[in-house]
Structures are given as C-alpha cells and as structure tokens.
Design a binder for this molecule. Sequence first.
Ligand code: SAM
Ligand code: SF4
Length: 365
Amino acid sequence: MLARRPGSATQRAVRMNAVQALSEHHDPARAVGQLEAERRAGNLVDGFGRRFYYLRLSVTEVCNFRCSYCLPDGFLKTAPLSFLGIEEIARLTRAFALLGVAKVRLTGGEPTVRGDIGEIIARVAATPGIDKVAMTTNGWNLHRHVAAWRAAGLTNLNISIDDLDAATFAAITGHDRLDQVVAGLDAALALGMRAVKVNAVLLKASVPESFDRFAAFVKARPIAVRFIELMRTGDNVDYFAANHVSGAVLKAWLEARGWSARPRAFDDGPAIEYEHPDYVGRIGLIAPYGAGFCDSCNRLRVTARGKLRLCLFGEGGVDLRDLLTDDQPGAVVARVTAALVGKSAGHRLHEGHSGDTRHLAQLGG
Ligand code: SAM
Ligand code: SF4
C-alpha cells in the first residue's frame, strides 16, 4: 500500500514554488534554463514518491475499428473533432520534456487515422530530452507506413492483436484484417525497432486456446505479447461481467509450462513478463485488478483535446490547451506540477468505479 512521503512532498512544494515563480517572471529564457536543470534532476514526483517520465498522449478520439470491449458500435461523433494540432503537440511535448519526461507514447482512438501522424512522430522525436517515441496502434496500415514512421523517429511500437485466430480477430475488431496487421508487425521487426510488443485483451471465451496461439507466435519472434486484463469502463459494464477473466489464469498456464517471471526493469511499469528458454519472445501480463498495480505507475496522460489526466480512471482533468497557443513551457510546467499534488494512490476499479472513462478510445489506453 502506498503511503505519502512527507520529505518528497516538501521537496516538490519547494520546486513547485520555484517553477511557479519562474513562470510568473515572464522571462522565458531564464525559466527554460532553470527547467533544464530540473529536467536533468528528473524530478517529476508525486506525493507517494512515484516518478513520472512517461507521457501518454492521445492524438485523436477517432477509430476505424469496432473492438467489442471498447467501441462496439464504432466511433460516434459526439463533439467537434478539434484535436491538438502539430504545434500544440510540439509545445506540450517540450514542456513535458522539461519536466523530466523522456518517453512519449502516441495513442488514441487510433493514432494512425491522422494523416499527419508521421509529422507528429517527427516533431516529438526532435524534442530535446525525448529519447523514446512509442505508438499504440491497431496496426491496420502499419504494413504501408511503418518504414516512414521509423525514419521519422518512432522507436517503440505496441500493436493490438487480441487473437491470432482470424475469425476471432474479425469478430472482436469488426475487421477481417489479421494477416495485414501481422504483416505490419513483421515489417516493424525487420526495421530494427527498439521494441515491438503486442497488446492482447484477455477475454474469457478465448482462453486457454489463445495462449497456445500466442506462445507459438513468440517462439521465434523477439517480441513481448502482453495480455491485458479486461477493464470495466462506463460503457462496457455488461460486456465486462460476461467476459472478464482474472490474469491468474494466464499466470497458472505459464508457470505450468516452465515460463518464469523475469526481473523487472526500472521502467517496466505495471507489466510482469515471463520468459522460457525455448522461446525467443516473452509473454506478459498487465493486471489492473492485481494488488499493488498502481504502485509502479510511471505515466501521465493528456487527452486529444489537451486535458491532463492523472489516472486512466480518474475524473475531470486539468486543461492545458489554453497554454499551448504560444511557447510558454514554464506555465505548462507550473500547472502540471501543481496538478500532480492531486494524484491519488490508486484507481478504484475494484469498487466498480471507472471515473469519467466511458471507453478507452476517449483518452488513450
Ligand atoms: N487504437 C489503438 C489500439 O487499439 O491499439 C490505441 C488505443 S486503445 C484504447 C489502447 C489499448 O487499450 C489497446 O491495446 C486496447 O486493446 C486496450 N483496451 C481498450 N479498451 C480496453 C478495456 N476495456 N480493457 C482493457 N484494455 C482495453
Ligand atoms: Fe479502436 Fe483501439 Fe478501441 Fe479497438 S481498442 S476500438 S482499435 S481505440
């Protein structure tokens, strides 16, 4: 159980005052110099001692798939599609880099439905301090564009493939495109990306057969397949009740077949990955309902409309967009730092509380 750290909270308050003073100073050059020093200290820390060097940035709410647990009726427009533009994304990234963020993941909705996604990758990759540019995609057009995105600076790729049985894949996503997505994954591997991972939502009807299929898939591929326990959101309450299965099922399956949990790297986040001497790839588990899941939280989120979300299942959010009309990273830094004080110890999914999150396409999974 996480406990607040008075020492780190005090230090943070001191830093926050300094940053606020600088941002109110109307001396951008001086503020940025000071913030560079802050970045080198890598100290975006919350009241529980958790460090945040990872930003998940949603670039659109739109999606072309109809995943049964996320957007079963497809994307429905409920508000004007006024998502962050390239310049706003570049300014936002710069401010987060000054806060010590070194990794940005582009997500959505489906990030690759944006025609300017290549340019977004390039601008994020060109930001001083950002050394990993990741993207989570359903993979529909990877085979066509992944080489260009790699050249633009994409380093890490997560591809969502819930099942390797073509009919099951089509039934879950609404698209009969498994071969196309796998071709994109193999093209990404051939380009020497820093990491290629698969996200697969753990669904009751597919286990354990899908475990066999994914184990065969990673036999010779240097990738990690990470099963994500289905999460209950505002829109999928009945679906969740019918399809949720505990990650313990996967853990037992792996352990019975000689897979062992590998030591965690400092930036692993909440995934536990298993390895096996006969397999090149790994199989992992992301278990949001597991004990201590939020203790290793290392990420902040910004929605496609420029709202900071401190938790995937939080409420409200802090608007940053008004600060992105011109280059004022000090003001963004001050607002984010102040907001972090309110980050709670953990989500309340166990109590059936999904916050404002109707589905994950709304703010990036
Ligand atoms: N459209 C992209 C994709 O599917 O990869 C990016 C956005 S999607 C919201 C990000 C990830 O969240 C996907 O891997 C998806 O499977 C996962 N996801 C969506 N809804 C979920 C839920 N209710 N429970 C668990 N994972 C979910
Ligand atoms: Fe679209 Fe991703 Fe949601 Fe599937 S999980 S509907 S691909 S946003």
